[in-house]
Ligand binder design. Structure first.
Ligand code: ADP
Ligand code: MG
Length: 449
């Protein structure tokens, strides 16, 4: 395998490492690394600074080599290289050589892949997407601050970088910083008695993009300090965008003043993508990579109950790397085998089937699956049936006719009608939204029977 596939192999490795090391560890040491090259069994990983290089070399080398060896099926050795292009805005991070001029010192690292164009919009993320786009077009005026929250790997950082690219294209001065960097930079400035300088750096920009603000929850002093910066920027109509794993309300340890400010603009959540969005994300990725993957393989992958887009992409990369290695084309059978082999049987190969959906929906409405499929026309049963039709449509690749068949041999027009009705109700009825989201959670966590 040539060096061209190093980024994909490394993304696959990161997918596995994420499962094996704890979250803070992953975020601190691995999240900002990239696969640079892979040749003669030597794998080079790009890291943001020497500190990270030393830490990984000392503490994670054997785990990383084991993971890479598992993926490439070759005894692989790893080296870490400070990757010049991969600098980030904080002064505590990034290599010096990477910054030839002071202009570039504050030039943020934005992933070139994370643009609006490459973001696949579906019902789970359209609000956050639309809000981000609006903020990019009309900064400081539409939603300020914009607060995007949702589970890990659902595209928050992607949207944040997309806003960043748009701002840079306009020539705006911007800072993209993770809450973790913000905190350590702040602590550093206190130690060196340079808090004024720190604050100046932030208050003189047009756009502040602060990623993973939940990290500040419980860090009172940092929260207070951010509050001051917020005030300065907000009153000067500068755009502020936050992302977080959870909503402002679920961060009780955040300074109250800051928490209320987070809700001043728009709070938009991102939910796990449904089947169709998952499939569209995979299709877009394959197209971008120029890889040749059969549609059935993508459908197979999208059915894998993966709620996390990062994991979904990881599986795709893993499969492509695997197929290259064994020199075979990617059939659904090979895909199933590869996922099983590579993840040491931890990959979930069961899919959400119409029967499973019917059972879970029936349970949640306290009726029997037979009644759900049957002809009974009480209001409650009728509604539960429509919900089942809607969810089978969302969560599987069944056609309308197939859905009609599993739900008591009904005509496809009825299914189409039910879909429209539930989609419409969902948009106006928060209780229904919650109910369907609960059912989806049950589906995603249901074990194979
Ligand atoms: P988060 O910040 O929410 O943890 P990221 O923004 O890092 O998640 O996304 C994880 C990966 O999934 C990235 O590679 C990102 O490009 C991809 N991704 C997430 N959502 C989408 C989407 N809707 N369309 C395309 N790619 C997506
Ligand atoms: Mg993120």
């Amino acid at each position: 395998m040539g060096s061209g596939s190093a980024p994909e192999i490394w993304e696959a490795a990161l997918g596995e490492l994420q499962i094996q090391v704890n979250r803070p560890n992953y975020r601190t040491w691995l999240a900002k690394t990239v696969g640079l090259s892979y040749q003669d069994n030597q794998f080079v990983v790009g890291v943001p600074n020497t500190f990270v290089a030393e830490y990984l070399d000392k503490n994670q080398r054997s785990l990383i080599e084991k993971t890479l060896t598992g993926l490439t099926r070759q005894n692989t050795e790893v080296t870490f290289k400070v990757n010049g292009r991969h600098t980030i805005s904080s002064d505590n991070y990034g290599s010096r050589q990477a910054r030839p001029s002071s202009m570039q010192a504050s030039f943020p690292f934005l992933n070139p892949r994370y643009t609006f164009d490459s973001f696949v919009v579906g019902s789970s993320n359209h609000l956050a997407y639309a809000a981000a786009l609006e903020v990019a077009r009309n900064p400081g005026h539409s939603y300020n601050p914009l607060f995007i929250y949702g589970g890990s790997g659902l595209g928050k950082t992607h949207l944040l970088h997309a806003i960043g690219h748009a701002a840079l294209a306009r020539g705006a001065q911007l800072l993209y910083v993770s809450a973790e960097q913000f905190t350590s930079e702040f602590i550093h400035s206190i130690r060196n008695r340079r808090t004024d300088e720190f604050r100046d750096k932030y208050r003189t920009i047009d756009t502040l993009l602060l990623d993973d603000i939940h990290f500040i929850n419980g860090k009172e002093q940092t929260g207070e300090n951010l509050c001051h910066i917020f005030n300065d920027l907000y009153h000067a109509n500068r755009q502020i965008v936050f992302t977080s794993d959870c909503s402002p309300k679920s961060m009780p340890l955040l300074a109250e003043r800051l928490r209320s400010r987070l809700e001043w603009g728009l709070v938009a959540d991102i939910e796990p993508p449904d089947y169709k969005t998952r499939l569209a994300i995979l299709q877009a990725r394959v197209e971008k990579m120029g890889a040749n993957v059969a549609p059935e393989v993508l459908q197979f992958l999208a059915r894998q109950l993966q709620q996390n887009v990062r994991a979904l992409e990881g599986s795709l990369n893993r499969l492509i790397a695997y197929a290259k290695l064994v020199g075979s084309s990617l059939t659904p059978e090979l895909a199933a085998k590869a996922l099983k082999d590579l993840a040491g049987n931890t990959a979930r190969t069961t899919s959400i089937t119409p029967d499973l959906i019917i059972e879970v929906v029936a349970n949640s409405f306290r009726i029997s699956p037979e009644d759900l499929k049957g002809r009974q026309r009480s209001r409650e049963t009728d509604f539960a049936r429509k919900v089942a039709m809607y969810l089978v449509r969302q969560e599987t690749s069944c056609s309308l006719a197939q859905i009609g068949k599993c739900l008591g041999d009904r005509d496809h027009h009825i299914i189409s009608q039910a879909n429209k009705q539930i989609a419409h109700d969902l948009a106006i009825d928060p209780a229904l939204k919650e109910k369907i989201s609960d059912i989806q959670q049950l589906l995603y966590h249901q074990h194979p029977r």
